[in-house]
Design a protein around this ligand. Structure first.
Ligand code: NI
Length: 269
């Protein structure tokens, strides 16, 4: 358990956890640094279950302590998700995107499994200053994981990985060596990384003011109560933002249609 005293330390904890879990993200980051790029994060995405003890509001406290302010909210009807994003007054700090699964909209069977996970969480865990990178506070069987993931990929991901970054997103506009997202995607593919092609390799359009692409999620071995199994972990994302013609400023929101597809990068193959 770590006490968190400043934003830099918080992001370092999040990045270290994410890289340990997803070595591919760390290698891609290094690949870009080796080409002379200075990487800035556009946003960091976190997931949780909708619940009074551990919903969006609870995770957001970790960031609000350091000056983050809630901005827009989003609804992903099909995936039964509610989300919000936070911004810091220093625009070079990444936006924080937190979503929660609206568990009351799941089938009775899934609701029961999720309630069983939540019941196992001690209050001491939720009070941790580093809760957003504290991992999984419950035991879960692979059989339950499969039941969850078959109905909701998101429920399965939360059940087996818990509280940790779902993805980091590189701010494409800051990269100097690539003019377009497809150019970056091609470079990554040629370097041996598989891109998520669900809904097209680039989600969103310049007209929607946000274009994003991502790698396929890394496969990791996870310990379940009934053995070790390989499951999808996290992906690495790239966001290109366009100026809003109304304000002349770069759009800071998240396009619903695009994000709905991006969530699919952790689907099981
Ligand atoms: Ni994202």
């Amino acid at each position: 358990m770590e006490s968190v005293t400043n934003l830099e330390q918080l992001f370092s904890l999040l990045w270290t956890d994410y890289c340990a879990f997803n070595p591919k993200a760390k290698r891609i980051h290094q690949l870009l640094v080796d080409r002379g790029e200075k990487i800035e994060n556009d946003h960091i995405a976190l997931r949780t279950f909708k619940h009074p003890r551990l919903g969006i509001a609870h995770l957001a406290k970790t960031f609000e302590r350091f000056g983050y302010q809630a901005k827009q909210e989003y609804i992903f009807k099909e995936k039964k998700l509610y989300a919000k994003h936070w911004e810091h007054k220093d625009p070079s700090q990444p936006k924080i995107f937190i979503s929660e699964l609206e568990t009351e909209k799941l089938s009775q069977g899934l609701q029961k499994i999720v309630a069983g996970l939540i019941e196992q969480i001690p209050d001491s865990f939720l009070n941790r200053e580093d809760v957003v990178t504290a991992g999984r506070p419950w035991k879960v069987s692979h059989a339950d994981f499969v039941t969850l993931a078959n109905e909701s990929e998101y429920a399965g991901w939360m059940a087996c990985h818990g509280f940790r970054p779902n993805h980091f997103t590189v701010f494409f506009n800051q990269l100097k060596g690539f003019k377009t997202l497809p150019e970056l995607n091609q470079f990554l593919r040629q370097s041996g990384y598989q891109m998520n092609t669900s809904g097209g390799e680039v989600k969103g359009t310049p007209a929607e003011l946000l274009e994003q692409s991502s790698t396929m999620a890394e496969e990791v071995e996870v310990q379940f109560t009934d053995g070790k199994f390989t499951v999808p972990a996290c992906y690495y994302e790239f966001a290109k933002r366009h100026a809003d013609p109304k304000t002349g400023k770069l759009y800071q929101g998240f396009v619903a249609a695009s994000a709905d597809k991006i969530f699919e990068s952790t689907n099981r193959m």
